[in-house]
Write a new protein. Structure first.
Ligand code: TNX
Length: 517
C-alpha cells in the first residue's frame, strides 16, 4: 500500500476520459484486428458449456483452466464437454487449416448470440485466445469468489498473433526469496498478458535459491538469508518442478539463471575453496552493492562446480535456454572474463541448452558461444557490442533498463525501487520500438523482457506495486504490432484493467498518467 497513496492524483485525469475503453476494445495487449459484430452478444448462463470438439487432451486442459477461473467468479457450472454443438457455449478448436501466418501463438475469436468460438493452429494459440476472452468479460470475472454480474461478451471478431516469439518477465528470487506460491501468483499476472517466458534469477550475492544434489552447503549455508538479514529460502527439486509445471500449464517457459562469475558471494560462503580473491572469507551479505564477488576463474574446481550445477539445471528445464548471467564483473580483466564465459557457455551447450547471457557477454556471443543476449545497459559501448554480436549470429532480447526495468521508480516520489537508470513512467515503459532501439541486423531481435530486481521489494505486495501497471505496458510492446498501438489508446485500455486487478485482489500503483475509473 505505500505507493498506491503516492500514486493517487486527487485532480483526476486531465482529459476527463475516466473509465477507460469499453466493450471489446479494452484488451491488453491490443489484438491485431478487432471487428465489432451486431446483435446481442453471448451471455454465460447455467446452460453454458465449454467444448473441445476433438477431445484433444491439451485443449481439454485449457478448457478446464478457463472453466475453473470462470466458475469461481460466476458460480456457474460451466461443464467441459467433448460434444461440441450439443449445448450452447464456448468452443475451443484446434484448426490446422488456419492460415500459416497465424503462427504458433495466434488465434481467432468470434462471439455472437449463438456462442463464442476460439480457434488456433496450436494449443498455445488456444490458450492465448482464452486470455483474451477473460478480458472481454466484465471485470468481475476476475473475482476469486462468486459475484453476480451480467456475463455478456459483446459480439466481436478478433484475429491475433504476437509480434515477437520471446516475451519474458524476470523475477529476482535471490535478493529477496519468493515462495512457490508467490512465484505462481506472479505467473498468474504474466499469463493474463500473454507473456511466454518466466526468467528466474535464482542466485546472487545475497542467496542461492536452488537445491543441487551433492552440494548441500549451497542451500544449507548459501540460502539462509536475504537482503536485510531476514531468513531466505530455496526451492527443492520438487518445488522447482512445480514452478515449471505451473508455468507450462499457462504456456510459459521457465528460463533459469545462475549468475556467474560475479554475483557469487553466496556460493563463496558455502564453498570457500572457490574463492581466490585473497581477501577475508566471504560472509553472508545483506546489502545492495553489486560487482564485488568473483568465483575463482583459474581454479578447475570452479568448472567442476559450474558443470554439475548446469547439468542438474538443464535436466530440470524443459525449455531451450539456460541463463548464465555474466553481468557486472568488476574484479576480472576482459581476457579472463571472456575465457570464463566461453567455458561455461560450452558447458551449457554440452548440457543441450542455448546459453543466454546479460549484454556483457556479447564479446563471447555468436557461433557456438552465447546464443541469446539480454540487453539492459544504458551505455553506448555496450550497444555497439550488441551490433557486433548480432552480426555473428547472436539473437537479442531487449530489456533496456530505462524502459523495461520494473524496479525503477515511476517518478522521484515513488517510495519503492531504485533510479540508477532514471525513472520509468508507464508511458516510458510503453513508448518505444524494440526493433529500432539498437542498430541490429533485421530479424535479430527475439523479443523483450521485463526484469524485476527485488533489492527493495520484500514480497508480492511490493512486487505488484512496481509491476502493475508497467508489466502490461511491456506485454503490449512485445505482443502487438508497432502500427497497432499508441499511447493514447493504451492508457484507456490500461485503465480498464484497474477494476480487474481490484476484483482479483492484485495490488497496483494508481499512476496519475492513467484515467482509472
Ligand atoms: C543491475 S542489470 C543488475 C542487478 C541489480 C540491478 C538493480 C543487471 C544485469 N544487473 O544486479 O539488481 O541493476 O536495478
Amino acid at each position: 500500500g505505500i505507493q498506491r497513496a503516492l500514486g493517487d492524483d486527487p485532480a483526476g485525469p486531465a482529459d476527463g476520459a475516466g473509465g477507460g475503453a469499453t466493450g471489446s476494445h479494452r484488451v491488453v495487449p491490443v489484438p491485431l484486428t478487432t471487428t465489432d459484430g451486431t446483435g446481442a452478444g453471448y451471455t454465460l448462463t447455467a446452460r453454458t458449456a465449454i467444448s473441445t470438439a476433438d477431445g484433444n487432451p491439451a485443449a481439454r486442459q485449457i478448457a478446464e483452466q478457463l472453466a475453473a477461473g470462470l466458475r469461481r467468479s460466476t458460480g456457474l457450472p460451466l461443464p467441459v464437454t467433448d460434444d461440441h454443438g450439443a449445448r450452447d457455449g464456448i468452443d475451443l478448436a484446434l484448426d490446422p487449416a488456419l492460415p500459416e501466418e497465424t503462427g504458433s501463438e495466434g488465434y481467432r475469436l468470434s462471439a455472437g448470440a449463438d456462442g463464442i468460438r476460439i480457434t488456433a493452429r496450436t494449443e498455445e494459440g488456444l490458450y492465448r485466445g482464452t486470455q483474451t476472452l477473460r478480458q472481454l468479460l466484465p471485470a468481475q470475472a476476475e473475482s476469486r469468489t462468486p459475484v453476480s454480474a451480467d456475463w455478456t461478451v459483446a459480439p466481436v471478431g478478433i484475429t491475433d498473433r504476437p509480434r515477437y516469439a520471446y516475451r519474458g518477465a524476470m523475477l529476482d528470487v535471490a535478493r529477496h526469496f519468493f515462495t512457490v506460491d508467490e512465484v505462481k501468483a506472479y505467473v498468474d499476472r504474466l499469463a493474463l498478458y500473454k507473456f511466454n517466458h518466466l526468467h528466474l534469477h535464482l542466485t546472487d550475492d545475497q542467496g542461492w535459491r536452488l537445491a543441487v544434489p551433492g552440494r548441500p552447503a549451497l542451500t544449507g549455508i548459501g540460502a539462509a538469508t536475504e537482503i536485510g538479514g531476514t531468513p531466505g529460502g530455496f526451492y527443492t527439486e520438487a518445488d522447482y518442478r512445480e514452478i515449471v509445471r505451473y508455468a507450462q500449464e499457462r504456456y510459459l517457459t521457465v528460463v533459469p539463471e545462475i549468475d556467474l562469475p560475479g554475483h557469487t558471494n553466496a556460493v563463496l560462503t558455502a564453498y570457500p575453496e572457490l574463492d581466490c580473491s585473497g581477501g577475508p572469507a566471504a560472509q553472508p551479505y545483506f546489502g545492495n552493492a553489486v560487482g564485488f564477488s568473483l568465483i575463482c576463474p583459474t581454479d578447475e574446481r570452479t568448472y567442476a562446480f559450474t558443470g554439475e550445477v548446469i547439468a542438474h539445471l538443464a535436466a530440470l528445464t524443459p525449455g531451450p535456454y539456460l541463463h548464465i548471467g555474466g553481468d557486472e564483473v568488476k574484479t576480472l580483466a576482459p581476457a579472463g572474463y571472456q575465457e570464463f564465459v566461453r567455458r561455461v557457455a560450452a558447458q551449457v551447450r554440452a548440457a543441450g541448452k542455448i546459453p543466454f547471457g546479460w549484454n556483457q557477454t556479447a564479446p563471447v556471443a555468436g557461433g557456438d558461444g552465447v546464443g541469446l543476449l539480454e540487453f539492459w545497459s544504458t551505455d553506448g559501448a555496450d550497444a555497439r557490442a550488441m551490433t557486433a554480436a548480432a552480426g555473428r549470429g547472436a539473437r537479442v532480447v531487449m530489456a533496456p533498463a530505462g524502459r523495461a526495468y520494473l524496479d525503477m521508480k515511476y517518478d522521484s516520489g515513488t517510495a519503492l525501487g531504485v533510479r540508477w537508470a532514471g525513472t520509468v513512467s508507464v508511458s516510458n515503459a510503453y513508448s518505444w520500438n524494440p526493433d529500432t532501439e539498437l542498430e541490429l541486423p533485421a530479424g535479430t531481435v527475439a523479443g523483450i523482457e521485463a526484469p524485476l530486481w527485488t533489492e527493495t521489494l520484500p514480497g508480492l505486495a511490493e512486487v505488484d506495486q512496481m509491476a502493475l501497471p508497467r508489466l502490461p505496458a511491456l506485454a503490449e510492446v512485445g505482443w502487438s504490432a508497432q502500427s497497432a498501438r499508441d499511447w493514447d489508446g493504451f492508457r484507456l485500455r490500461l485503465a480498464a484493467q484497474g477494476p480487474r486487478w481490484e476484483a482479483a485482489g492484485f495490488g497496483f500503483a494508481r499512476r496519475p498518467e492513467i484515467p482509472w475509473p
